[in-house]
Design a protein around this ligand. Sequence first.
Ligand code: DGT
Ligand code: CA
Ligand code: CA
Ligand code: ZN
Length: 577
Amino acid sequence: MATNRDVMAMLAELAKLTQLQEENPQSFKVRAYENAVHGLEGETRDISSLSVTELTKIKGVGKSTAAKIRELIDRGSVAKLEALRTEYPPSFVELTKIPGLGPKTLKRIRSELGVENLDDLKVAIANEALRDLPGLGATSEEKIGKAIERLGLHGKDRRTPIAEAMPVAERLVAEIRELDGVTNAEFGGSLRRHAETIGDIDITVAATAAEPVMRFVAAHSAANEVIAAGTTKTSILTRQGLQVDVRVVAPEEFGAATLYFTGSKAHNIALRQRAIDRGWLLNEYGLFDAETDDLVVRETEAEIYAALDMDVVAPPLREATGEVEAAAERSLPKLVALADIKGDLHYHTDRSGDGRSSLPEMVDAAAAHGYDYLAITDHGEDLAINGSSREEMLAHRAAIDAIQADYPDMRLLFGCELNISPAGDLDYDAAFRSAFEFTVASVHSHFDMSSEDQTVRILTAMADPSVNAIGHLTGRYIGRRPGIELDVDAVLEGLATTGVALEINGALDRLDAAADVLRRAVAKGVYMSISTDSHHTSELKRMEYGVLQSQRGWVPGDLVVNTWPCDRFMEWVMARR
Ligand code: DGT
Ligand code: CA
Ligand code: CA
Ligand code: ZN
């Protein structure tokens, strides 16, 4: 039976493939599918029981979309989608990830050069065949070639952005946990370490019987191909070409197995050496005495670390970059936990053109998280489509003031996401900006300026007394768009001097600033904020990803301003004004 998630995945795929067919991302049909996905995000009912008429009452769902939803629920597949999949197989769709290759260009290189997949495209580039097509040219050809290299789309080590892998893994783990005889399930590997890109997904399952789990995985709707079906390990390939390894272990082996399959390999090797030094052996089954083979411990990761005379190392740190030594010396930083977060500081409502939930809905969702404070930061006037005029902002402030009375336990801040112009200027004027109680300033355009100019741009912006944080520092989209180039040390110096916070953006396709930048920021004592950049109530859970990103950067909690109690936080905010 199709779940709400299946339906949303079906519509998202229809939107994607229809873009290719209509050669236009803005086509009416594409928008209709996308709007339906957004409408369903907020749906808490099981929609499989709804009629076409009932379905059309959901925001964004039209009649033809409703019919496709029923078709999926009733027949298990959608004819229109099947036809599109035949016309556009995954190896062709993959080419849409390459910047500079829009649907029109793709169609042309397919019909005129016979390019069906990445290998074909690379041959065409090597033969300099692209440059002769209308609308392309030598420069575009070179750019496309470079983008292929940069995206790592080629060969055996092609990697998937974490934003694409995470939903697949979270879904499988949630479903496997519900199976009979399963006592625990967890994803491991690079995904649990919260790496930016993922080679394959590793899932470890603790169960009293392996067979039902193996059967479930091999028959899963996400599996386009089963590449290995063993008694305790099954590997599948999704339509997007992402491999998932599912391993079943006995419940008492779960700790040793998750430790092993979380890695990294280098971290494991360091742990194994500590075991050897103590006369033991460490493997995926447990920690054993080297001479007698007697079991020392194995049930939980915590027990194994304790036996090795170490503090528990959080998964994002397990990269053999000093964490083993620090855990042994008991000098790991006191990292942020989700429960430490007291507020969200980058937060949109439908006052922003790209916001999709109303102010009351967004405030209510934050209150449900138990936050003590919340900065509402809709876009300023500079973002033509998404931004707000002065009049609109003032009306917005009145609406926020009015709603505040209903939430006595949560301090609402009238805020703004200011856009940083190429010169480092910000929206409105200084007097108008000073009315905001909190702002995050970020780059949304002009990604190609020189590193020198970008550095001046950010330093200029942060010098403005209305700015409290710099949002998504580089503007990157992992695997899709490289960030702006910057003199990172100069920017971090600026942040340390001004006391402006560096945002850790929890959107999985951003995870900006990157972990290595965070680690350098820690060394300079830069304040940081962990934010979701939510545009819809379904996006508040990004806070968890932001927290994991902060851990990957070894960020101690006391540098993170939104772990502070409201009084201390407000003192810091006011110090800028
Ligand atoms: P990926 O998939 O390339 O993003 O990176 P990982 O770290 O998920 O690597 P993967 O999937 O090959 O293996 C998952 C974990 O299993 C890895 O992090 C550590 C463990 N592992 C795999 N092979 C070995 C090995 O030969 N030695 C040790 N010590 N551990 C291994
Ligand atoms: Ca892996
Ligand atoms: Ca693997
Ligand atoms: Zn934003």
